[in-house]
Design a protein around this ligand. Sequence first.
Ligand code: ZN
Length: 107
Amino acid sequence: MSGKKDLQTELSPNDYKVFQGLQKKWRCKLCEQEFYVESLPGAISYNSVLKLRSSWGMKIKPVSPALLYQKVHVCVFCLQFFEFQLEKEEKDLKKGPKPASSASMKK
Ligand SMILES: [Zn+2]
């Protein structure tokens, strides 16, 4: 007497999907490793990826402008670099030209 149902109960439905290759995998645009979709929380413009790479002194191949504004996916590890970059950009924006509100103070 052999237990035939053992194999089915060992795999959860999600494991079974992975086993069959049904689960989607995407490549992180920065480190170029493959991850399951749920491990890629970041959607960022390709332009940001290129900017970050050039800030590391990497050579950037010219790409078409349409591609620059396409959203690409990055993994959790790479996302932290962009959080740092976005913070920096926000600070730069605040340093920029002030709105002309001080002029209306004087009457
Ligand atoms: Zn990555």
